[in-house]
Ligand binder design. Sequence first.
Ligand SMILES: Nc1ncnc2c1ncn2[C@@H]1O[C@H](COP(=O)(O)OP(=O)(O)OP(=O)(O)O)[C@@H](O)[C@H]1O
Length: 307
Amino acid sequence: MIALEAYNLSKTYRDRGKQIQAVRDVSLTIKPGEVLAFLGPNGAGKTTTIKMIAGLIRPDSGFVKIAGSDPHRDPCALKLLGAVLEGNRNVYWRLSPEENLEYFGMLRGLDQRQAKRYGRSLLERFGLMDKRRSPVQALSRGMQQKLAIAVALVHQPQLLLLDEPTLGLDVEATENVKALVREIAEEGRAILLTTHQLDIAEQLSDRVAIIQAGEIIAEEPTRELIRQFSGSAYTIELESPLDAKQSQAIAALGAVVETEQTVYVQGAETLYQVFAILQPLPILRVKKDQADLTGIFLKLVREGRDA
Ligand SMILES: Nc1ncnc2c1ncn2[C@@H]1O[C@H](COP(=O)(O)OP(=O)(O)OP(=O)(O)O)[C@@H](O)[C@H]1O
């Protein structure tokens, strides 16, 4: 069963007589085990969309199904969903991690024994056992974030909404949270990840959806998007300098001799012609110029803005 189906969601806010069309006709689906990075500039409509998915804002049109249930009609659908939205406000700061897990587990329909058992296994898995009885406010930011994710998972939801899960974390805590996100997806849960940290989105996501001015402007598997935007340009690095004759012959092919030991080539065909000229010079390495998600995002969003 598809973990998330959101079809043609639209939402217009009315603010002091003005209408703001925050989301227009947005459709998203996520399969079990899949991480979808939902990206967009500030004010693009991400939070509004996520809140409609989480049952917190009613869409003007369109519908949401979480593992087949509509959170706007069937309150049980919310048991299939876990969410860490707007920082880690889904935990009580004065309670301990253990108490938070038990409380939220029971709130989402577990009995006390189950809530304790699942809570404990999450504390062990997330490396929080030492701190299980400390008030949350006394934990580090990274521990609080891990606890927020544990609390969202305690009732074993099929869909996890994660908003900026690594914001403000140091390098080690970021790596910890990234590893957890991967593990959670590997267990078969679907994850909707929003972040402005595009390197994290690139590392974690299977697919990317980009929203701008309320509309989805791109939706592709992450690898495919990067492949499409990666040109066929190569940089050849040589172990020893080119001689003048080789440099001339390479330039005549339209390749660029950047330094005596680096050549920039467009297209695979020219690459092989350059190889022939270079022989018998030893080649240190050949790098294919790779696009990254940050560059792709900026290009698409700028094009969308100028359109
Ligand atoms: N309660 C509200 N009343 C009126 N307008 C709103 C309300 N909430 C959001 N908006 C407007 O709707 C649009 C989309 O906002 P939204 O918060 O969904 O964007 P976002 O992509 O989450 O932005 P960010 O990355 O800055 O968090 C913006 O123009 C915003 O000003």
